[in-house]
Design a protein around this ligand. Structure first.
Ligand SMILES: [Zn+2]
Length: 553
């Protein structure tokens, strides 16, 4: 054999191998993420959006701001808001059991017809973050005005998350007036301190439920929305339903050395040592994992342009490229790794004195797959300097006030999830639905001990611009959204509270677990069960009619 023939056979072999690989990549791309099924539009009840917006505006006017400093807490704002609900929602007030938890949080119980079924629960929070009320704060309408103008209701809490509280109250008030009686017990839980951790609100509500032996079938909290422009390349709005949220860890880094005069500094100073530690943490990031994003793309892949779909369908080959691409976006970066953010840095008091102590705080948000211990060890390893003491910001243990692990992942094959996702598509026509990871914190994480199914979704359609209003300036919600939101909650409560007992059945030996059944088959069964229990007909109703009825009652 000449050198030439060897080369030719080698090239042919290489060509065949390449062709084979391309075929494999192509096949994986084509079969990646089946198209989401289209659903028929659903006619939901129309409670006049403008009047909902006005009532939400009234709720916004109560400055239920959470502060870490208890001195600043305005108790009258919270009790005022309670009274407002009493006035606006008399049926809820009179017909549901209402308990005030730790003076400011609310728990409503709507007894179901069948106490053997697991209850459902909808939660939100009454508190909001502060807002700058100054003239040049940038708000078009003052943040606590609750002004209804230009097609929106404006103010702090219109997106986070007094809209959720008012939306749910509106829906229950409506259903009560219609004479609807839920099969399953429905709990409504509104904490008053979510923005500062939820220790006195959600945590106390959960403790109470636990003491009563309550196990929640499915929980709905804030966290996701119907997002327009969720991902570049996907044109349809995407209803993102949070099924887990990242963990949290705040660490205090301390360096203590002998101080001294700045005219004769040591080789290394407290500030220098601490700065290097922080620089090392920023340079050597905690390694990314693609699982969360891959899972998401399993739902959305078919809507991606071909090139992107090919990358996600073939992470075995393109994982590295993907990680590099995703890292460039702060949101995607936070979705693929535990993030490290230095948030406080303190040292020194005088320009000619070397400080004996330097301190910094680093806040880490833990991706499912990592945990408190592994993250803590990675931090120590990166710093690699015993002079830097690394401790939890509060308390002695990693788990506690300064840290918690990522929350458990809810079951996306449960009937609760399938039903919720179908309902989203029915109400928000043309949208896709995908489960996702909530990057911030919500009260839902406290409910892990009473439910396996904590979903985080608020039924409003918003874009990235709207999201800037959350904890920012010009938070607002459109009147159209106000109307759809209530319609969704009405349908949600009707359906979820009527789900048959089978959906709560533990996985049985005979392959009865929902995960092993076809989605369609399961939904059909549920439909049949639902048809047996008549639902109130959706009707159009304006605000005046509502008031008339209230008077009659
Ligand atoms: Zn919130």
């Amino acid at each position: 054999m000449t050198f030439g023939t060897i080369l030719v056979s080698f090239l042919i072999g290489l060509g065949v191998l390449l062709l084979f690989m391309m075929g494999f990549i192509l096949l994986r791309t084509l079969f990646f993420s089946p198209k989401q099924k289209k659903v028929k539009p659903r006619e939901v009840v129309h409670i006049d959006g403008k009047s909902v917006a006005e009532r939400l505006g009234l709720a916004v006017q109560y400055k239920t701001v959470s502060f870490h400093d208890p001195e600043k807490f305005d108790r009258n704002a919270f009790t005022g808001l309670h009274r407002l609900f009493q006035t606006l929602y008399p049926q809820v007030h009179n017909q549901l059991k209402r308990e005030v938890i730790n003076d400011y949080s609310l728990l409503y119980t709507w007894e179901g017809q069948n106490p053997d079924l697991k209850p459902i629960m909808l939660i939100s929070h009454l508190d909001v973050v502060p807002a700058d009320t100054g003239e040049d704060s940038g708000w078009t309408y003052p943040p606590f005005s609750g002004e209804v103008a230009e097609g929106y209701v404006w103010g702090r809490g219109t997106l986070d998350i007094k809209n959720g509280v008012v939306g749910v109250m509106e829906a229950v008030e409506y259903l009560l007036k219609q004479g609807f009686q839920p099969e399953r017990t429905v709990y409504l839980g509104f904490g008053h301190d979510e923005e500062v951790g939820g220790a006195n609100g959600a945590v106390a509500i959960v403790e109470l439920l636990k003491s009563r032996g309550v196990e929640i079938g499915s929980l709905l909290d804030e966290g996701g929305n119907v997002m327009v422009g969720f991902l570049p390349g996907i044109e349809q709005p995407v209803g993102v339903v949070g099924i887990s949220e990242k963990g949290y860890l705040s660490l205090r880094l301390t360096v203590e050395v002998e101080g001294g005069h700045s005219s004769m500094p040591e080789q290394e100073t407290a500030i220098g040592i601490l700065s290097r530690a922080i620089a090392l943490l920023e340079a050597d990031k905690i390694p990314p994992h693609l699982e969360v994003v891959e899972f998401l793309m399993g739902y959305l892949g078919s809507a991606l342009p071909f090139y992107q779909r090919m990358l996600f369908a073939n992470t075995w080959l393109f994982g590295g490229i993907l990680k590099n691409q995703l890292e460039k976006s702060n949101v995607m970066n936070a979705s693929i790794r535990t993030t490290t953010a230095p948030t406080i840095f303190n040292a020194g008091v005088k320009d000619n004195v070397l400080p004996s102590k330097a301190e910094a705080v680093v806040n880490l948000r833990i991706l499912p797959g990592d945990d408190l211990r592994s993250v803590y060890e990675m931090v120590l390893k990166r710093i690699g300097d015993e002079r830097v003491k690394v401790k939890p910001l509060e308390g002695e243990t990693l788990e506690g006030d300064s840290g918690w692990d990522p929350s458990p992942v809810a079951d996306t094959e449960s009937a609760y999830f399938l039903r919720t996702s179908r309902l989203i598509k029915e109400v928000f026509q043309g949208s896709l639905v995908a489960p996702y990871l909530v990057l911030g914190g919500t009260d839902a994480r406290h409910y892990a001990s009473v439910t396996d199914n904590a979903f985080r979704f608020t039924p409003v359609e918003i874009d990235k611009e709207d999201l800037k209003g959350v904890h920012g300036v010009n938070e607002r919600l459109s009147i159209e959204n106000c109307e759809k939101m209530v319609g969704f909650y009405v349908a949600y409560i009707q359906e979820m509270s009527s789900l048959p007992v089978e959906v709560d059945a533990p996985p049985a030996e005979e392959g009865m677990h929902v995960a092993e059944r076809e989605e369609e088959e399961l939904l059909e069964e549920i439909d049949e069960a639902l048809e047996e229990s008549p639902e109130p007909e959706p009707v159009d109703e304006d605000d005046d009619a509502e008031e008339d009825e209230a008077e009659e009652d």
